[in-house]
Design a protein around this ligand. Structure first.
Ligand SMILES: Nc1ncnc2c1ncn2[C@@H]1O[C@H](COP(=O)(O)OP(=O)(O)OP(=O)(O)O)[C@@H](O)[C@H]1O
Ligand SMILES: [Mg+2]
Length: 241
């Protein structure tokens, strides 16, 4: 699959498979194309050539089909301000389940459950504008959880979150993985999650896949290591100042 922006940046010859029910971590430096790849996967961008299959259906731009496929995919935007739109977070979280045409009682059950899962029950009537950045990210995740998707595509789900929020998110994501057998594809600059949470790692460099395999092997790959840099380099700089 290939894609290019007018700016000239290209996603080139990307080809990979995601196994169902696994956690896959996508990493790579700023501007390497991670968010672009995720936007392609959820149909927000259309490949210039090649195609993408989700649950054995080719992702098309046909609106009806795209909507059906999207119902089973939850996409967490890197920036929660791009995701939250309703006057209150409870309305925001209700939007998806209402679109699934669930009855109001079930919508309420899902919204209460999702708010509780991300620890935001007491903020339910708040405007997204009045939440902290981390709270917004948690509210955006709650909106996805309420849809009970089969595939979660998460752009930087842990960035800017405190340890308690990360812990709570992992509790709920793991619970969903066990009970609903969901597949998770996430991006992160934090290699801790790629190493310990993901079973598969993809490393992007300038729009190409440089590594596709087991995280512990990827993180030892010399090309990957060189591109990633390390705290050691930063520490040396600080110590020698
Ligand atoms: N809408 C756009 N139009 C033109 N170029 C874009 C657009 N969005 C992103 N780009 C370019 O595509 C490249 C990849 O951007 P992308 O956001 O996918 O990177 P990323 O790996 O997600 O980076 P980060 O780690 O900072 O989130 C960048 O060079 C960026 O300037
Ligand atoms: Mg990004």
């Amino acid at each position: 699959m290939n894609y290019s922006y007018n700016s000239g940046f290209k996603i080139q010859n990307i080809s990979f498979k995601l196994e169902e029910k696994v956690v896959c971590g996508l990493t790579g430096n700023n501007g390497s194309g991670k968010t672009t790849l995720l936007r392609l996967l959820v149909g927000l961008l259309k490949p210039k050539s090649g195609n993408i299959k989700i649950f054995n259906n080719i992702l098309t731009r046909n609106k009806k089909e795209l909507w059906e496929i999207r119902e089973s995919i939850g996409f967490l935007f890197q920036n929660p301000d791009d995701q939250l739109f309703a006057p209150t977070i409870e309305e925001d979280i209700s939007f998806g389940p209402r679109n699934l045409k669930l009855d109001e009682e079930e919508v309420k059950v899902r919204v209460d459950w999702a708010l509780d899962a991300v620890n935001l029950s007491e903020f339910r009537t708040y405007s997204p504008f009045n939440l902290s950045w981390g709270q917004k990210k948690r509210a955006a995740l709650a909106g996805l959880l309420a849809m009970k998707p089969k595939l979660l595509i998460l752009d930087e789900p842990f960035a800017n979150l405190d340890f308690t929020s990360i812990y709570n998110h992992l509790v709920i994501l793991e619970k969903l993985r066990k009970e609903n057998e969901i597949t998770i594809f996430f991006t992160s600059h934090n290699l801790f999650f790629v190493e310990h949470w993901a079973k598969k790692m993809l490393f992007l460099d300038n729009g190409r896949i440089l590594f596709d395999g087991k995280p512990h092997e990827g993180l030892r790959n010399s090309d990957v290591k060189q591109l990633l840099g390390s705290y050691d380099d930063i520490l040396t700089l600080i110590k020698n100042r």
